[in-house]
Design a protein around this ligand. Sequence first.
Ligand SMILES: Cc1cc2nc3c(=O)[nH]c(=O)nc-3n(C[C@H](O)[C@H](O)[C@H](O)COP(=O)(O)OP(=O)(O)OC[C@H]3O[C@@H](n4cnc5c(N)ncnc54)[C@H](O)[C@@H]3O)c2cc1C
Length: 508
Amino acid sequence: MALSQVVGRLLGVRPYQVQPGGGGASRVPQPVTALVVGGGIAGVSAAVVLAERGVEVTVLEAAPTLGGRLGAWPQTLADGTRQVNEHGFHAFFRQYYNWRNILRRIDPKLRFLRPVPSYPVLSAQWPTEEFGRLPPAPPANLLTLLVRSPSLRLRDLRGMDRDAALPLLTYDPVRTYAEFDERTADDLLTSLRLPDRARAMLFEVFSHSFFNHEAQMSAAEMIAQFHFYLLGNPEGLAFDCPEDDYATTIWGPLTRHVERHGGQVMAGVAATGLHRTDTGWQVTTTEGAYQAGHVVLAVDPAALAALVAASPGLADTAPQLVAAMPGYGQPGPPYAVARYWCQGEVAAERAIFSGVTRQSTLDSVTLYHRLEQGSRRWAEETDGSVLELHAYACEPDVPATELAGRMWAELTTLWPEVGRLRVRELHARVEAKAPAFAPGSHARRPGVRTDAPGLYLAGDGIHTDFPSALMERAAATGILAANHILRAAGAATEPLRSVRPRGLLARR
Ligand SMILES: Cc1cc2nc3c(=O)[nH]c(=O)nc-3n(C[C@H](O)[C@H](O)[C@H](O)COP(=O)(O)OP(=O)(O)OC[C@H]3O[C@@H](n4cnc5c(N)ncnc54)[C@H](O)[C@@H]3O)c2cc1C
């Protein structure tokens, strides 16, 4: 354990138990059936836990492959080689306790996850900021950042509005939302009176990672995410990545795990509606109807709103769920992912993953040929490189290839050698499936339990009482949904953990 973690632990910075798990039979005492709609992290996490306890669970996934926004699919390049393309680079942070517990089912020591040691933030205006080599735990990580960061000097700290900054250290799951949910993240950042450079290098790159524009994101959500990622966990900003593509390392093994426990995983089956029956629920799909005692809807916000709208019976059985949809079903802005297969290589010192600040489109760049085995092999055989560029909150209605071109041009201003690479192939996508965290949305955010018996929600936009975000929130809500079903059936539930529930300086 690092010294910062020892000090942090004395201050209560450690994993906290949210639900102890257990409390029932190791398998459901009588037959229980469940349908999980959506085969992303949330749906598959629910299915894993349910199948292990003997629930007859079926996952219905609309796409031909599992994974949703962490999806991966085979792609044949123009040169005839087979590659696995993906929905985009993901950082598996170390405080993702619940997602990691699901992944331990397929690799108990998580050997397929490799540390990514460096986390630089690039800017055309200022020198690179390094987030990767901070002490892991707060308060040492924050203090080191403040002392070491070239973007923030002592005189800047003196000029800062320290009262305005205090809420970042006093996160409280009730008070923070009561006081800050109506304000925007942009407004909060402005109130700190930070120099422009510190704002860009230390804060904006962070807030962009939540797929929302600062001017349209709740200040309370930003405070919550600061707490979850930097100030409330003993692992800090360290993260790992799979050594190969997500289909090989995650979705294949998790599918086999569910099937080994008697569950079924049906890809290419889209749910088109649902209604309550005498014995539970019927879900209609593009491939016929399915019945079960319980349903977990683990789809992205727009898909949930569409499904609810296509299920008129829910107006009687789940009126609160129906009422929440107009707000919840509006996703955040589009994000773009462009993967480039190139002739030639970037400079040796470039990091595997870099955040980018203050470019109009580009938010991050990943060197896949230094990360995943499949890309590495392709690059070795062709003297090439595989680069992936992301934009996390783009303007609407811009085609994917146009966004890819803008990101590429912006990257060449940061890494001039990119201009000498020859692009052999480009696959670009733009989508809007991330949840919005608009100011004032917290009170209306749906939770895992709906007002209809046997109907549950899971996903990274669903409310949790404890700190969580992105992949970890998807997994945690999937497990929570499964726990509701298991508890009702008298079976043991799955334990859940999270980071310190409140900020270091929060009043009890
Ligand atoms: C480019 C990018 C980079 C990211 N980077 C990170 C990162 O570094 N770290 C991190 O923690 N998170 C990251 N995320 C966020 C992360 O991917 C999501 O938080 C997570 O995958 C959400 O999982 P989910 O199961 O809630 O939803 P989804 O992954 O959206 O899964 C929902 C599933 O439901 C299916 N579906 C929809 N409608 C239907 C229907 N009618 N019938 C059946 N199935 C249906 C969809 O096809 C999909 O598979 C990133 C996301 C993107 C897009």
